[in-house]
Write a protein that binds this ligand. Structure first.
Ligand code: BYC
Ligand code: FE
Ligand code: FE
Length: 475
């Protein structure tokens, strides 16, 4: 394992200094990244001191260092989980053979595509969240937003390192393109649809970090099983940072639910809006919107791409090699039974070969995780003595990908007549009025320890600091 170099222009544990050509190429990309960050990163806070953690090592327990830093001075580095010399491919047709340290020629196109797709999401999310700092509900939340943003920047570095190191000129061109595409741009959008949606308020931000970053967790975990070892080790380390993003999302939604529950009991006639809170039905519509959009990120249920990725050892299942529940790592025999629309208003069962269903298998792990979070939020409502409950919509609802794409299906999964569906959609997805109301709740709160009225404080602070710690020092 190569040691960690923190004092170089680009902090790394990949012995960058030992490969001058690569080092020079990445050092040329670095100012372009900073230009992009200044243009598309958090608007208005680049001169402030933020209490941030920086990855400084890959040791469990001691990998992060917390201190005040101006975001443009953040030390974006390249860190890979140490390699184990005996690692073999854990699944697919080449199971048991040594992992690859270079890109196999016949898989170059597929690998490049996976890495570019993964890399593209990272800057996209920073662009989507660019204006949120101006209406943060507290210093604690403001700091968490910026923590997520700088780490998504580091995740871009992780993928750009792979492109530069292993894909020659094509890779360098792809790395440039990462800084050219823009979230929501008409002519040059980001690759996956969810990353072109606006995130204009903090409830959307919490839903995004809950549901969309969580897709990231499962995709990264699937890639951490990859036979291409540099990709596996890069994504493995990204997962350590990802945990905080998911925490921000899950607890963020939970804190909004908690505050709403308090207001429902306190407000005369339970009118939460009258006292500046976000009504439960609006929260539900936001959950529907971001959950359904994030399900699209798993691709189609029946996918030949997914079958190829699995067969060739590029992308495994969640915990493919560490879960005792997965015993057959070749997956040539099994079938997966799914329900698809029958064209007559109902659904019919279809069996597909297991390998073609790998997107769905990964998605199932994700859905279980989302239900676990849902139960926590409902636990908050129960504890408050309320009978209302939140739900997760059927995986058929509001889809743009897969067998249920663009069909008039209700959140309970039933097919509707199109005109009936159209009449109900305002009950299920945020309306312009809902979005405007939530935006009207967004006020900037910058006094340490104070929180906007629509959200409850967290249980504890960051890095053992108190909740009223000065997480951001304005210049
Ligand atoms: N939008 O075979 P199919 C994260 C395309 S998030 C637009 O069913 P496949 C993060 C697809 O490309 C994790 N197009 O799908 C989170 C294909 O095109 P072609 C990101 C889509 O390929 C928050 C066609 O439809 N990482 O890290 O098996 C903040 C048929 O597709 C979409 C990855 O995604 C879509 N949603 O699966 C920051 C991992 N879905 O071939 C960061 C890498 C599919 O007809 N990506 N298409 O031209 C992959 O493994 C796969 O590309 C996908 C799609 C899972 C995304
Ligand atoms: Fe990321
Ligand atoms: Fe993330």
């Amino acid at each position: 394992m190569s040691s960690v170099s923190l004092n170089e222009k680009i902090p790394n544990n990949v012995d960058l200094a030992g490969d001058r050509k690569l080092q020079r190429a990445l050092e040329e990309w670095q100012p372009n990244f900073i230009d992009w960050w200044m243009e598309m990163g958090p608007d208005g806070f680049q001169q402030d001191q933020i209490y941030l953690r920086t990855a400084v090592s890959v040791e469990e327990g001691g990998w992060a260092h917390f201190d005040y830093v101006k975001m443009p001075d953040y030390r974006w580095g390249i860190f890979l989980t140490p390699s184990s010399s005996e690692r073999t491919i854990g699944f697919g047709d080449q199971i048991g053979t040594p992992v690859w340290e270079q890109v196999p020629g016949d898989l170059r196109k597929e690998l490049r595509r996976i890495i570019v797709t993964q890399g593209d999401t990272e800057p996209a999310s920073v662009e989507q969240q660019r204006l949120l700092g101006k209406c943060a509900p507290s210093l604690y939340d403001l700091r968490n937003l910026f923590q997520v943003n700088v780490e998504e920047g580091r995740h871009l570095w992780a993928m750009v390192y792979l492109l530069h190191s292993y894909f020659g000129r094509d890779g360098r061109e792809e790395a440039e393109e990462m800084l050219v595409r823009r979230s929501g741009h008409r002519d040059s959008p980001r690759i996956l649809e969810t990353f072109n949606k606006p995130i204009d308020d903090w409830l959307a931000f919490f839903c995004f970090t809950m549901f969309t970053d969580r897709d990231g967790k499962y995709q990264l975990a699937a890639l951490a099983e990859s036979g291409f070892d540099p990709l596996a080790r890069s994504t493995q380390f990204m997962l350590t940072e990802e945990a905080h993003h998911l925490f921000v999302g899950e607890t963020g939604v939970g804190r909004v639910v908690e505050r709403t529950a308090e207001l429902m009991k306190a407000a005369p006639s339970g009118d939460v809006k009258a006292v500046g809170g976000i009504p439960l039905d609006i929260i539900q519509k936001y959950l529907n919107e971001w959950y359904s959009s994030s399900l699209d990120l798993f691709g189609g249920e029946d996918s030949s791409n997914a079958a190829i990725y699995f067969a060739t050892g590029l992308k495994g299942r969640y915990k493919e090699t560490t879960s005792s529940k997965i015993t057959d790592h070749v997956a040539l025999d099994g079938c997966y039974s799914l329900q698809i629309p029958n064209g007559e208003g109902g659904f019919t069962s279809q069996e597909i070969p297991l390998r073609r269903a790998m997107n769905l298998v990964l998605r199932d792990s994700y859905v279980d995780d989302c239900y676990r979070a849902l139960e926590r939020w409902n636990g908050v409502l129960e504890k408050a003595g309320l009978t209302e409950r939140l739900y997760l919509a059927s995986d058929r609802f509001n889809r743009r990908m897969g067998s249920c794409a663009n069909l008039p299906i209700a959140p309970d999964g039933s097919m509707m007549r199109p005109e009936v569906y159209a009449g109900r959609i305002a009950d299920w997805l945020p309306t312009q009025g809902d979005l405007a109301y939530v935006r009207s709740c967004m006020v900037s709160v910058t006094e340490p320890g104070k929180f906007a009225g629509w959200i409850a404080p967290p249980r504890k602070g960051i890095d053992g600091q108190p909740i009223d710690f000065k997480y951001v020092q304005f210049h």
